[in-house]
Design a protein around this ligand. Structure first.
Ligand SMILES: [Zn+2]
Length: 275
């Protein structure tokens, strides 16, 4: 049996609100989800909420990855189907039904398999090469069309909240359709749209999985490179990475330096060492 060296940390955006991220691990797999929030005033057709959805789907995927040695897309499709069945009387066709970004990473013998659906980030530290950054960009590409008014509003103001709601409503029209972007919600076919890949584990030193609330230190705030991010995870751990994100968020409470929909965001980071 191989030793497993895995560290992880997760923190909600605000201490009094549920964490819509999910992180779960077995001795040979990690599953990370980032639930897509429903701002106040928008309907979702679901009585359970986003945190329920991401945690239910996440724990279903952890069970699935333990029981099923098949492709990760197959495990994700089954997980989406099983979670949909637990919604009871909720309106599963509602455009605002809870959804989540999914990252799955599994070691089987000498092989590492991954799956990414939507814009969380997987960084692989390949031995003798630059870090390999895997992210599904479709949501952010579609989002660029609608971000303008939100970027112009001052963070923390009612105008900014209104602009965020308008943005999310517009994005719902592009969710889980061809030409738009794909997330895990109630349609199991979304799993086929995930980015997947494999590599021999002896070529990979470490892997970092980051929800977009954690990866923003690099890809939105530009306060570190991916290499520096891996070094920070290696030497200080995922909790220190999240603390660095929080310090940056607090230093820019109106979002004037770094335009963003969420001034604070749920943040999750996991770091897995192989070599
Ligand atoms: Zn529901």
């Amino acid at each position: 049996m191989t030793d497993v060296r895995l560290t992880l940390a997760t923190e909600p955006a605000y201490p009094d609100r549920p964490n819509e991220d999910f992180i779960g691990a077995t001795s040979n797999a990690v599953v990370l989800l980032d639930g897509a929030g429903t701002p106040a005033g928008l309907q979702s057709g679901c009585s359970h909420g986003v945190a329920w959805f991401s945690h239910t789907l996440g724990s279903t995927l952890v069970a699935g990855i333990t029981q099923n040695a098949g492709p990760l897309t197959e495990i994700l499709a089954s997980g989406i189907k099983e979670t949909a069945a637990q919604h009871d009387t909720c309106d599963l066709d509602h455009p605002g039904t809870p959804s989540a970004i999914v990252v799955m990473l599994r070691r089987t013998g000498d092989t590492l398999d991954w799956l990414i659906l939507a814009d969380s980030v997987l960084v692989l530290d390949i031995i003798g090469a630059e870090p390999m950054v895997i992210c599904d960009e479709r949501e952010s590409i579609v989002g660029k069309r609608y971000r303008g008014p939100m970027n112009e509003a001052i963070g923390g103001t009612p105008q900014h909240s209104d602009a965020l709601s308008v943005y999310i409503s517009a994005m719902r029209g592009h969710r889980n359709i061809d030409g738009g972007f794909w997330v895990a919600a109630t349609n199991p076919h979304a799993a086929e749209q995930a980015l997947t890949g494999s590599a021999p584990v002896d070529q990979i030193r470490t892997a970092a999985m980051l929800s977009d609330g954690a990866s923003r230190l690099v890809d939105r705030f530009h306060l570190a490179t991916w290499r520096q991010c891996l070094d920070l995870l290696e030497h200080d751990g995922p909790d220190v990475l999240i603390r660095r994100v929080r310090a940056a968020e607090r230093s820019d409470l109106d979002g004037s330096r770094w335009k963003r929909g969420k001034i604070f965001d749920d943040a999750t980071a996991a770091y897995w060492t192989f070599a």
